[in-house]
Design a protein around this ligand. Structure first.
Ligand SMILES: [Zn+2]
Length: 175
């Protein structure tokens, strides 16, 4: 993504220990997506930038060997997709992201990334008005570019036609 649009911010948490497993999963943090997915995300980013925001990416394509590693660390289907079934991340058709303002500060979304609980759900409305407005800005803008939210994670969006893509085992090169 960064070679196509270097104005995205990257905070690939699975390349650090700052994620819910507490373990580093990727050798380095990169954001790969299927080409049409990347192009649509760049279009959405243009719209966010016009409004004074930028996208910060937490996770993009996730190689399936890493999905197995995640599953070994947290073998709970509520939090980690079963690797033999695979997730949309494993197809290169999903992104985890948030928005930052013009000073680079993340917009308040009510929970941190990878917070597993009701408060992170899209239909959880018992939140201050500014947080609801941030979430709806994120969701409604991305919808226009063919991304759909999932019910339980405000940060996760699936490209609507992700089933076009197979699961992938490809692991990127860090050199
Ligand atoms: Zn996700």
């Amino acid at each position: 993504m960064m070679t196509l649009d270097s104005t995205f911010l990257l905070d690939i948490r699975y390349a650090t220990t700052n994620n819910f497993t507490g373990e580093q999963m990727y050798d380095c943090g990169k954001c790969y997506l299927r080409e049409p997915v990347a192009e649509l995300l760049i279009e959405a980013h243009k719209e966010f930038k016009k409004a004074g925001y930028r996208i910060k990416l937490f996770d993009c394509y996730r190689p399936r060997p890493i999905q197995y590693k995640l599953w070994e660390s947290v073998p709970d289907p509520r939090y980690v997709a079963r690797p033999w079934k695979g997730s949309v991340h494993n197809r290169g058709g999903a992104v985890d992201l948030t928005l930052v303002d013009s000073t680079g500060k993340e917009l308040e979304m009510g929970t941190p990334y990878d917070f597993f609980g009701e408060r992170a759900h899209q239909d959880f409305k018992d939140l201050p008005a500014d947080i609801l407005q941030h979430r709806s800005l994120l969701t409604e803008t991305l919808r226009k570019y063919h991304f759909s939210p999932i019910r339980t994670e405000w940060w996760h969006f699936d490209y609507n036609k992700n089933k076009l893509y197979p699961l992938s085992d490809l692991v990127w090169d860090c050199n």
